[in-house]
Structures are given as structure tokens and as C-alpha cells.
Write a protein that binds this ligand. Structure first.
Ligand SMILES: [Zn+2]
Length: 186
């Protein structure tokens, strides 16, 4: 039903608007200190996934909780296919990134069963990452003429105006930044 490896579907509940899919995940205990970890109860978490048959999807996982014998830290069982930042599948995050440029946050949120706030947060993180991959380049320099007030040395609201020499600026464009070392490109 979910087409995700590593999950065993335990139970599916269906309402008119949503599928709630309870899954079992078989993943190894997370590593911490040398002393190892001990079982420390479970926590049920719902992750959102892309709609199926026009219905919202919640994937419910009863995550194993562990406590480290060395440092006392609480750790949780890893769940494959899930975003490390958002409580949803990676494929849902990618879907929002692809669609948030030409659809409203509100429309996407309604379609996916999320809050508009969550959709906007994913779009912003994506836009920031895309922008960071660009670097500014100078296309051509332009001269900026001095303004009339500055020429007359009587610019309102300015104390002791510096003699203005006119200005120089550049029209900027964006170039894709050269690819980083592909071996570390994640
Ligand atoms: Zn530890």
C-alpha cells in the first residue's frame, strides 16, 4: 500500500478523509557510547505521507526508545524514508518543494493534510538552499549620477554631507556555483 521498503503494515484504518496506517519497523538500535543502549519504552509517532486515493495518509510508528548506559541520553529507533526535520516522509518533502513555486501554500496544505505553516517552512528551507547554490556575478558596471541636493551640499536630514563623487554600482546576476565535491554531495 505504501510502497516503502522496510515497513510491515500492521493495520489500516480508513475514514472518509484519511487512511491511518500502523506499521512495524525493524531497525537496529542506534549507536551511542561504547557501553551500549538499553530498551526504555516506546513512543507512538505519526508521520504524514502523500495522499492515497485522494485521502490524507498518516503513518503510525510505535518507535522503540532507548537509554544510553554510558551518557544517559535518550535515543529513538530510526525510521527509514522519513525526513530528519519534519514528521513526514522524504517523498512528501520533495513533493512540496516541487509544487510550492506554482501553487499556494494553502492549497498544498489542504491537499496534503498539513498546516500552511508547515508547508511554508519547507518552502523557505528549500528556497534558502537553492539560493545558497548561486553566487553573484557582475554583468556590467553602471555610473550613478549624484542627486541634485547632494551637488548643492544641502541634503535634507544629513549632517555634514561628505563631498559626493557620484557612485558606481554593478548590475548583478546569478551564476550556478560550481559543484562541490560530488563524493560529499548529500
Ligand atoms: Zn551515550
Amino acid at each position: 500500500m505504501l510502497n516503502l521498503n522496510g515497513f510491515v503494515v500492521d493495520q489500516v484504518a480508513e475514514t472518509t478523509t484519511q487512511y491511518d496506517v500502523t506499521v512495524k519497523v525493524d531497525s537496529p538500535a542506534p549507536p551511542c557510547c561504547l557501553a551500549g543502549v538499553v530498551l526504555n519504552g516506546t513512543k507512538t509517532v505519526m508521520f504524514r505521507d502523500l495522499p492515497i486515493h485522494g485521502k490524507h495518509v498518516g503513518i503510525w510508528v510505535n518507535r522503540q526508545r532507548y537509554k544510553c548506559r554510558g551518557c544517559g541520553k535518550t535515543l529513538y529507533q530510526g525510521v527509514p524514508h522519513m525526513s530528519p526535520k519534519h514528521e513526514m516522509t522524504e517523498r512528501m518533502v520533495r513533493y512540496i518543494e516541487r509544487n510550492s513555486l506554482d501553487r499556494t501554500f494553502s492549497a498544498l496544505a489542504t491537499e496534503l493534510g498539513l498546516s500552511e505553516f508547515a508547508v511554508r517552512g519547507i518552502f523557505r528551507a528549500y528556497a534558502k538552499q537553492q539560493l545558497s547554490e548561486l553566487e553573484p556575478v557582475t554583468l556590467y558596471p553602471v555610473e550613478i549620477p549624484r542627486c541634485r541636493h547632494e551637488r548643492q551640499g544641502a541634503h535634507p536630514g544629513r549632517n555634514a554631507p561628505e563631498p559626493q563623487q557620484g557612485g558606481r554600482a554593478a548590475v548583478l546576476g546569478w551564476n550556478p556555483r560550481p559543484a562541490e565535491d560530488p563524493a560529499h554531495d548529500d
